[in-house]
Design a protein around this ligand. Sequence first.
Ligand code: ZN
Ligand code: ZN
Length: 285
Amino acid sequence: MNLSPGQVAKAPFAEPVALLTRHHKAALIAPELAKLGLSLIATDAYDTDQLGTFSGEVARTLSPLDCARTKARLACELTGCTFGLGSEGSFGGGPFPGIVPWNDELLLLYDQMTGQEIVAHAGMAVALNSVETDELAQLRQHLAKHDAKQGWILQGPDGWQKGLQGEPAVLAALTSSAFLSSDGRLRQAVLLQPDLRAHMCPPRQVVIQQAAAQLVQRMSALCPQCDAPDFWVNGCERGLPCRDCGFLTSQIRSTIKRCSRCDHQEHQPAPATWADPMHCPNCNP
Ligand SMILES: [Zn+2]
Ligand SMILES: [Zn+2]
């Protein structure tokens, strides 16, 4: 069962959900949870940067999934809530790694009572690039191509300056780092990188909202057998027969929804009954 907009779920979730964040993610996620009548309690009682930063001062040793899992459990511990939510983003994957900049976001909801984890994903190409130049005009052009709310990081002689939103903030940082001369020229090449923290990165905010929307769908998708949430597609069956010769191809025949609590499964046939012969190793070897 999927939730249509405005519909309220049956409630395995009757209590508030705790979120551990230092980067203002609650405002992005709370409106989605509100559709289930759930409130979100945000805590910043733990510095999530200790688990790794995008800018690299703290190395990331955990996978994004383990990092979200750790944050979700900490959220429960710090607030005493039964339900904890962890959010973690990563950059670089996607369909064309190294060519198209890509942002993946995952949200993990942990139920301390049952131990169940619900993991929602979203991913999107994001047009965010660094620039290295000794021409102020080029730097300005680069900033103008991005959202004015996008934050930037400048690597200066005394370390990093982060969270520089908009041209005036970047110019002020260049001046204070003595990169910018009084006649408005750059004294040397500077490297300006996008600040990827959620509150500084508008494209990420969109992807986090999408992950939150999927999370709410998963929380509302109850197993028809045992009523547990997250009755969701977790596999597929291949072998759609060829339209011309009936040979079983590697095309998807059905998707499989499975309950992680009671193992109940349902097969949903693919929209197509036959595979195009172009996918058939018999007709198109
Ligand atoms: Zn079940
Ligand atoms: Zn065939």
